[in-house]
Design a protein. Structure first.
Length: 176
């Protein structure tokens, strides 16, 4: 039996939460439920920091997804931010009005594809948060050790790769 310490957000009291690998409760061992619970617990800690900086969580996700990359399409941005495309389009409108991103048509290729690029203003907004995100990640992974941390990331990246819609579609036609 593993014991994890977590903060009860409603009462702000520290309490111990038991995880039971041998539990008969379905969601205690169901991968999507475990991923969702882990995501909620781990990310909510950092979301408080994002909010204190005046950004919504989705604005943070968009800016962080664009940081360090060149222009990317809205569909890929929606996938990376775990959001629906119309929602991303609305967030991009806000970020564009604030001067944090620019959108433009793919000039040489398919003009229906809109690309998004992080501006210098957007980079300035996100750079401090990236450092805080890395520090937050380190505090989460450090207790696991470097081997487990690396393995965890590799397994998650493999799951993402295997279950990305385009990859699944290509796999159905034998074009992987």
């Amino acid at each position: 039996m593993n014991l994890l310490e977590s903060e009860d957000k409603t009462s702000r009291n520290r309490k111990v939460v038991e995880t039971m690998p041998d539990s008969k409760v379905f969601v205690d061992n169901y991968l999507p439920a475990l991923l969702g619970q882990a995501w909620m617990l781990v990310s909510s800690e950092f979301h408080d920091i994002v909010g204190a900086r005046g950004l919504s969580v989705l604005e943070w996700r968009v800016l962080s997804a664009l940081a360090g990359s060149g222009p990317i399409g809205i569909s890929l941005l929606a996938q990376k931010t775990v959001s629906k495309q119309p929602t991303i389009t609305r967030v991009l409108q806000r970020l564009e009005l604030q001067g944090h991103v620019t959108r433009f048509s793919n000039g040489g290729g398919d003009r229906r594809i809109t690309l998004v690029h992080l501006t210098d203003s957007g980079r300035q907004v996100v750079v401090g948060l990236l450092a805080e995100a890395e520090s937050h990640e380190k505090s989460i992974l450090e207790p696991l050790g470097s081997g487990k941390s690396q393995l965890l990331k590799e397994v998650l990246q493999e799951l993402i790769k295997r279950h990305t819609p385009m990859r699944r579609a290509l796999g159905r036609f034998g074009k992987e």
